[in-house]
Design a protein around this ligand. Structure first.
Ligand SMILES: NC(=O)C1=CN([C@@H]2O[C@H](COP(=O)(O)OP(=O)(O)OC[C@H]3O[C@@H](n4cnc5c(N)ncnc54)[C@H](OP(=O)(O)O)[C@@H]3O)[C@@H](O)[C@H]2O)C=CC1
Ligand SMILES: CCCCCCCCCCCCCCCC(=O)OCC(=O)COP(=O)(O)O
Length: 345
């Protein structure tokens, strides 16, 4: 699909154009005109009409761009059975992508497929997703899973490495095997999957790899050693990848959210490998996964390289870690003592 220019008054706007003689944005302009006429009809002032018109115009341009980037594209999502992965499945499906949903539990994946099978959007051609079941922590089987994935549609346009597990525990009480397990799921699994699919993307000279990291990929907080380490490693690996594959026309997005309202804390492991099983207040008060899924879609649409999705305090912590590390370490040490109920000297 090419990019062309649509003229509105004296302003030239960049919009996607399918071919020189067929402009898919034409119906958008008609719709905009209809809506404006309706607004003028109910007596809204010209300035308000202009503002609403501009917003509608921006939304239409965004939708056209999204369609251009995602309609019919093959999108693989790991951890699609729940939480953020499930929401990503919903938004990428609605954008017209051909989905390949991955997880360990075929029954739960199938429930997502059934939900999406019946959901169709009038304006967008949608597809029934495929599923591939495998355990990311078993890196030996990931290459086999990649073959299954590639069999679905013959190629992959977008790989969303979303699956992950969290951890809670003090380093003193944590088995090294737990450190390794978290690293396998959150780091070596996505690395193995990415490296199995990458040669096919390079061969086609097209592809976008997304990884869901965390703000804990940028700052390390106490009692999260295994998780923060896996996310720091993730950030580093995918930053290297981005630089290395740019010359093949491939794109890499690292998404680093703060707390999201999912089952992440319920599913987290502790220092002895047992399930934490608690819905933390921070998780319950986190962002709506739907909003985060839309941010992932936006990162793919606009090829954003590094997206930090946090409030002002964690954002400040990220800058503090770089610009004034001593202050950051003080805050973290004090946080560690507070969590153990130890009074500051
Ligand atoms: N929730 C939050 O506060 C935040 C989450 N994130 C990140 O978002 C991502 C998604 O997590 P979220 O949706 O919150 O949590 P959930 O626990 O709801 O989802 C995790 C998903 O990962 C899958 N998964 C876990 N272990 C494996 C494995 N060994 N092999 C294959 N799949 C696995 C699970 O699938 P199944 O069990 O069916 O196999 C599940 O679908 C993670 O990478 C997480 O680190 C980042 C920042 C904040
Ligand atoms: C001089 C001014 C100092 C101000 C410093 C502010 C320091 C604030 C600390 C902020 C810490 C933010 C931690 C955020 C953690 C987070 O959002 O993690 C997201 C996840 O990945 C969730 O995982 P978890 O398993 O930990 O729930």
């Amino acid at each position: 699909m090419k990019t062309g220019f649509a003229k509105v008054g004296e302003v030239e706007l960049e919009c996607p154009v399918q071919s020189p003689d067929l402009d898919p944005t034409e119906h958008l302009w008609d719709e905009l005109e209809r809506r404006m006429e309706r607004l003028v009809g109910v007596g809204v002032g010209p300035l308000a009409v202009g503002a609403v018109g501009l917003l509608l115009l921006l939304r239409m341009i965004h939708r056209a761009k999204r369609k251009q980037v995602l309609q019919d594209k093959v999108v693989v999502i790991t951890g699609a059975s729940s939480g953020l992965g499930k929401e990503c499945a919903r938004v990428f499906h609605a954008a017209g992508a051909r989905l390949i949903l991955c997880g360990r539990d075929q029954k739960r994946l199938q429930e997502v497929v059934e939900e999406l099978r019946v959901k169709t959007d009038g304006n967008t051609k949608t597809y029934t997703p495929c599923t591939v079941t495998f355990d990311l922590s078993d890196t030996a089987t990931v290459a086999k899973a990649a073959v299954e994935i590639l069999k679905c549609h013959g190629h992959v346009d977008v790989l969303v490495n979303n699956a992950g597990i969290s951890y809670r525990g003090s380093i003193l009480d944590t088995h090294v095997s737990v450190q390794k397990d978290v690293m396998d799921t959150n780091y070596f699994g996505p690395v193995a999957l990415t490296q199995a699919i990458l040669p096919y993307m390079v061969e086609r000279g097209a592809g976008h790899i997304v990884v869901i990291s965390s703000v804990q990929g940028k700052i390390a907080i106490p009692y999260r050693s295994a998780y923060a380490a896996s996310k720091h490693a993730t950030q580093a690996y995918f930053d290297c990848l981005r630089a290395e594959v740019e010359r093949f026309g491939l794109h890499v997005s690292v998404i680093s959210p703060g707390y999201i309202r999912t089952n992440l804390s319920l599913n987290a492991v502790t220092g002895d490998g047992s399930k934490y099983g608690v819905m933390d207040k921070t998780t319950a008060a986190g962002r709506d996964p739907v909003d985060v899924a839309h941010a992932v879609l936006k990162a793919v649409t606009y090829r954003q390289k590094d997206v930090l999705l946090v409030g002002p305090l964690p954002a400040l912590a990220v800058y503090l870690r770089t610009l004034w590390p001593a202050a950051f370490f003080r805050v973290m040490a004090s946080r560690a003592k507070k969590e153990k109920g130890i009074k500051e000297q």
